[in-house]
Write a protein that binds this ligand. Structure first.
Ligand code: B12
Length: 365
């Protein structure tokens, strides 16, 4: 691999070359090299622009893609969970190194924001990237990190002024708790800007929950600069008022009977997929976990009334299973069992039928 110092004086490699080098360092679990590389990149690129601009490019064009690639390689079963953890730790160190190498460009008139992940959400790195970029662009940022319960977030906001709360979530099953956090902050008088993969394509679920949305850190800066509409019209409402379809009680019923649904589905799958009888205890536990994720995503699709949320999850799960030598059609008995158990619930059976169609019609069959 090219040493970062070897490029000094002769000009830094392009961002695309640097991406390859950073990925190499991350996959070799070579933290020292990764940190040296991002520091050199900030220094070298600062000459042509400003330290803040160079730092932002390094965060968004080097560190973020490296972290995204970890996910792609894990899904394809080419890196293990342990390697994924090591890579994330290195990427976190790289973000700190970039932040240390470049003072925040604090501008009092830009205002103060609080960045936090919703309760239960462990994916703190995306929120941290957003926080650092906003800091570089002159915002005062209070970064609260992973899984912040709504009541503690609101207590914090009562003590420390914020122009807006930026809420991050990567996993769609946290959308109901995200909704509670959004409405609690708005009730406390603080507008909310949501972001992260959980909020769906183009932030459709953020809008459903009456929050503002931005695709990434640069977009967040633009939205905050335009100004967020005050929360007055959105405050002090019951979250159910945003989602009238919850009146059919299907979401509540699936949530309430989740354990029983998982247990029965596991039993039915064992019957419909005889290979499972040879499974080890460890494999059985993973299967139970997968079924729990399926029921949880079904509940979330009911919550936002969007079959596509569930279909995306099933297709993703099918890809992950296929990469691990488990046939995608092994998901069909689970979908069939849930369909039978929820036969009296039209929205649930509709969601299950749509996902089954995607699984059997596509390359996953
Ligand atoms: C690292 C990682 C983890 C780490 C997180 C560590 C950390 N400190 O962040 C750990 C190991 C904890 C983890 C756990 C899990 N993970 Co994970 N994880 C990832 C991974 C590989 C990278 C996440 C990341 O940092 N991405 C890079 C950032 C830069 O991209 P981004 O998230 O899209 O963020 C950008 C924008 O969305 C936006 N944005 C994000 N937040 C916000 C907020 C605001 C306000 C704004 C404006 C914008 C914004 O700006 C960001 C920068 O451009 C992803 C794969 C992936 N491709 O993302 C899986 C992934 C998110 N994880 C996944 C899963 C399933 C899980 C687990 C459920 C696994 C399990 N079975 O236990 C748990 C859930 C834990 C929990 N309760 O949250 C799945 C989710 C799939 C799905 N359909 O739900 C993914 C997609 C894996 C995959 N390859 O498919 N994970």
């Amino acid at each position: 691999m090219t040493s970062p110092s070897a490029t000094e004086g002769t000009g830094m490699p392009s961002f695309s070359e640097l991406r390859g080098q950073l990925w190499q360092a991350v996959s070799d679990v070579d933290e020292t090299h990764a940190v040296a590389l991002v520091r050199c990149a900030v220094e070298a690129h600062a000459a042509g622009s400003s330290p803040q601009k160079a730092a932002e490019r390094v965060l968004l064009e080097l560190v973020a893609p490296a972290q995204e690639r970890v996910g792609v390689e894990w899904a394809a079963n080419t890196v293990s969970i342990a390697q994924e953890h090591a890579a994330t730790a290195i990427d976190e160190r790289c973000i700190s190194a970039v932040a240390d190498a470049c003072p925040a460009g604090l501008e009092p008139e830009r205002g103060r924001v609080t960045v936090a992940c919703v309760d239960g959400e462990w994916h703190a790195l995306p929120a941290r990237l957003v926080a650092e970029v906003l800091r570089l662009r002159g915002w005062h940022v209070d970064y609260l990190g992973a899984q912040v319960p709504a009541e503690h977030l609101v207590m914090y906001l009562h003590r420390r002024f914020s122009d807006a709360v930026l809420l991050s979530s990567s996993i769609p099953t946290y959308l109901p708790v995200a909704h509670t956090a959004i409405s609690s902050c708005q009730t406390a008088g603080i507008p909310v800007l949501a972001g992260g993969a959980a909020f769906g394509p183009d932030g459709c679920y953020a809008r459903l929950m009456q929050a503002h949305w931005a695709a990434d850190a640069v977009d967040a800066d633009a939205v905050l600069t335009r100004g967020l509409e005050g929360p007055a019209a959105r405050a002090a409402r019951l979250v159910d008022a945003d989602l009238p379809h919850l009146g059919d009680q299907e979401y509540t019923m699936v949530r309430r009977t989740r354990r029983q649904l998982v247990k029965q589905t596991l039993a039915d799958v064992e019957e419909g997929f005889p290979a499972m009888r040879e499974y080890s205890e460890y494999q059985r536990e993973r299967t139970a976990e997968d079924i729990d994720h399926i029921v949880n995503h079904l509940a979330t699709a009911l919550y936002v009334d969007d079959p596509a949320l569930f279909t995306r999850f099933i297709v993703w799960t099918a890809d992950v299973l296929t990469a691990r030598g488990v046939p995608a059609y092994s998901l069909l008995p689970a979908l069939g069992s849930l369909h039978r158990q929820l036969n009296d619930f039209p929205r649930s059976t509709g969601i299950l039928t749509t996902a089954r169609g995607a699984l059997t019609a596509g390359r996953h069959a």
